[in-house]
Structures are given as C-alpha cells and as structure tokens.
Design a protein around this ligand. Structure first.
Ligand code: PLP
Length: 425
C-alpha cells in the first residue's frame, strides 16, 4: 500500500469497483455521514486506520471478536490450521470438536450443522423447520434481524402483519407471503399453520431491547399450544451474554437455535441446531436439503475452538463488569450534560437510545433514532479516538480486551461530546 493512502482515496477507489465502496451497507457511514475509516490492523481493543489513527473499538466486527482483535491464541490456531490445509471437502476432527463444544454449552441443544454465516444459519433453519413440521408460515418480529435471505427480509407495520411486506427490492411478494411480522415484546396469537417462530431472545439490531417479563415464556407456551417450533436466533447473544447464551440466561428452551459471530473467532462461521429428532430431517438423513463447500472450514473451526477455550464463567463475569462500567459511565456523562438518554445493558451488551423513554419495540426505537442525536455523538467520539458502530440501531460490543484505561478514556470522551451537544440555555 502506498504511503499516501488515505480513507478518502480508498473510499473513492472502492466506490469505483464495489457498490457504495463497501461489502456490507452499514460500513458506508450513510447513517451518520462522512467517510468510513479503512482499517489497516487491529489488536485487542484497538483498530488503526490507514492514516495511522488508533481507535478504541466497540464494533469488534459486530460481535464476532469477543476476545478483541488478533488474540494471540486465535492467531496461533489459525496459523496452525492453515499449515495443515485450508479446505478439503471431507470431514475433519476440528469440526466435530467445535460442534461438541457448542452442544455441551447450550441447554437442550443436541446437534448442530456448521455453515459459513449467520444468514446461512437462519435461512437453513427456516427450511428445516418447514420440512420438519410440514407447515409453511414463519413468524418474525419487527426490528429483529436474521440476515438477508428473502423470506426473512420482511417488514411489518406497527401491528401484526399477516403477510410481510418485502423489506428490500428484489424480494418478491411470494417470498414473504408466508412470513408474518409481529411487534416485539407482545406474544402473538398463532394460527395452526405456523411452522416456526424466529426471535432474537434479546433484540440487538434495533438498538438493545431486552425481552419483557414473560415474553419468551409466552412464546414458548404459544408455540406449544399450536405445535409450532420456537427458534432462538442467538447469532449475537450466543456465547456472549452467558456461557449458555440467551437460552441459559432466560431459562426458556427453544426447539431450534442459530449461532454465528463468536463461534467463528472472526472467521466466517454460522451454525444451526436442534434436537436429534428435528435435525434428522436434514440431508443426508432426511429430505431437507442443505450443503456448503466451505461448511466446517478448518481455519474457521480452529479459530472458533480457540475462542471458546477462553470463555469460561469468569470471562463472562469480567465481560459483564466491563459493560457495566461502560454503561454507567455513559449514563453519567449524559446526565451531567443534561441530555436524556437510555443506556440499556444486558450482560456484556450495551445500547444507547436518545430520549426519555426506554424503547420496548422497533417502533419506539425508530422514534428515538428520529430524535437525531446519534450521528453527532458518533462523530464526536470518533474524533476523540473511540469507534462506535456507524448506525444508531447497532449495539456496543465491549470485548475482554477493553481495559480500565480504555474505559476511562471512552467515558471521558463521552463526557466531552455530551457537554458539546448540550443545549445552551
Ligand atoms: C441476530 C442476527 N442474526 C443473523 C445475522 C446474520 O449474520 P451474518 O451477518 O453472519 O450473515 C445477524 C448479523 O448481524 C444477526 O445479528
């Protein structure tokens, strides 16, 4: 790379050959304005951009890097695996071990199939649920994100939408005709043609919204009443909010699960799973087809195993303590400036909503975002060396690498930015 490489020059070059200059839309900074920083490298809590600026990073690949960037044990595991060959198209011991590690931590989970992304996991799990039940309808919740497969890119209004509206051009009305969209945190009345209810057990793609008391239990009971399967999309919460993910945290047992992010240690991985009985419908045992050239990839499974080896009960306590310090500091910073915000925290996850009301669903989150506070806060933090996600609907992902100094500097920066944002009387 030449020494005159800048974020602006790379963004211009990128836009010539990649739509919007990015390979995933939120990275383009459209929601906050400005030019994205191009990362040159990351280590622990930090990323450095191509201009040599260092940021304390709360994006952490949207939750994929729970140990921080380039953790030595993860790097070593990937090196070691790469020397042995990167992909074979035949099974390896490493994928069996990763599947064992996943299954033993999640209460009720018996089998998983490994795939290469969260999107692939949810898409395949929905097909499996339909194949296993012989039913077609799928229920999702407004504002929950489950990747970008057609059936899950359905939008809802403020109430229960019997047939989802396509949430993207290119998604046909037919693709979402069997998708019912319901408001989060209200148990819907299910019809008896529902195959599966997919839910983020803690919503983390519409800001951070915890499940209301009784919501997950209510879903469990309603699914049981009509014989539908309950699917927890734990792509964010899995192996992050607790040793046993949201399943252990909530003590509600779904029938199916999806995972991603943490279990790939920063490499492309996803997984979906269920009981042996449900999973027996999958090819080669059953008639639901699903496959993948790179599924169970040796590098990705090596990275995942190395990460899970670091994540014991103490690690989750530490991570939650880090998040508690961050959330408390942010609250105090805005309080001192006289600005109303809500800083929800669920274990190691931290959210930020402007306004004096804590949103409980997507419509309320949208109302908070419409207040317009986030872009100014984001840029103020970025100027002070703190990288938050460039979108108000994302959450913060403190990692185990975020030390006391990093947290102190983050909170000091937040206090300065909040003071600058405060209305002058
Ligand atoms: C809850 C949830 N499910 C599924 C996905 C899709 O995962 P991926 O981006 O790996 O396809 C995401 C991505 O952020 C997610 O947050």
């Amino acid at each position: 790379m030449s020494s005159d490489t800048t974020n602006d020059s790379l963004f211009a070059r990128g836009q010539a050959v990649i739509p919007g200059g990015v390979n995933s839309p939120v990275r383009a900074f459209r929601n906050v304005g400005g030019t994205p920083y191009f990362v040159a490298r990351g280590e622990g809590a930090y990323v450095w951009d191509v201009e040599g600026r260092r940021f304390i990073d709360y994006v952490q690949s949207y939750g994929a890097s729970i140990l921080g960037h380039a953790h030595p044990r993860v790097v070593e595991a990937i090196h070691h695996a790469a020397h042995l060959g990167t992909t074979f198209g035949a099974p390896t011991e490493g994928e069996v071990v990763l599947a064992e590690l996943i299954v033993e931590r999640i209460p009720g989970l018996e089998q998983v199939r490994l795939v290469s992304s969260g999107t692939e996991a949810t898409m395949s799990a929905i097909r499996l649920a339909r194949g296993a039940t012989g039913r077609s309808k799928l229920v999702k919740f407004d504002g929950n994100y489950h990747g970008h497969s057609d059936a899950l890119l359905a939008a809802g209004g403020s109430g229960l939408a019997e047939a989802g509206l396509a949430a993207s051009s290119g998604v046909t009305a037919g693709a979402v005709a069997d998708t019912v969209v319901a408001p989060y945190n209200v148990v819907p009345n299910l019809a008896d043609d529902v195959a599966v209810v997919i839910v983020e057990p803690v919503a983390a793609n519409t800001g951070l919204i915890a499940p209301a008391a009784g919501f997950l239990e209510g879903l469990r009971a309603e699914c049981d009443r009509v014989g539908a399967l309950l699917l927890f999309d734990e792509v964010i919460t899995g192996f992050r909010i607790d040793l046993g993910g949201a399943t252990a945290w909530s003590d509600v047992r779904p029938d199916m699960w999806c995972f991603g992010k943490v279990i790939g240690g920063g490499l492309p991985v996803g997984a979906f799973g269920a009981s042996r009985e449900i999973m027996s419908h999958l090819a080669p045992l059953g008639s639901v087809y699903q496959a993948g050239t790179l599924s169970g990839n040796p590098l990705a499974t090596a990275a995942g195993r190395a990460v899970l080896a670091e994540l014991d009960i103490d690690a989750y306590e530490e991570l939650t303590a880090i998040a508690t310090t961050l959330a408390g500091g942010l609250r105090a910073a805005f309080d001192d400036a006289g600005i109303s915000v809500q800083v929800p925290q669920v274990g190691p996850l931290v959210g930020l909503f402007f306004g004096d009301h804590l949103p409980v669903d997507h419509a309320e989150a949208q109302a908070s975002v419409a207040l317009g506070g986030y872009p100014g806060f984001f840029h103020g933090m970025l100027e002070r060396g703190i990288a938050l996600a460039p979108g108000a609907y994302e959450v913060m992902f403190p990692s185990l690498a975020h030390g006391k100094d990093d947290l102190r500097r983050t909170i000091e920066a937040a206090a300065e930015v909040a003071a600058a944002m405060a209305p002058t009387s």
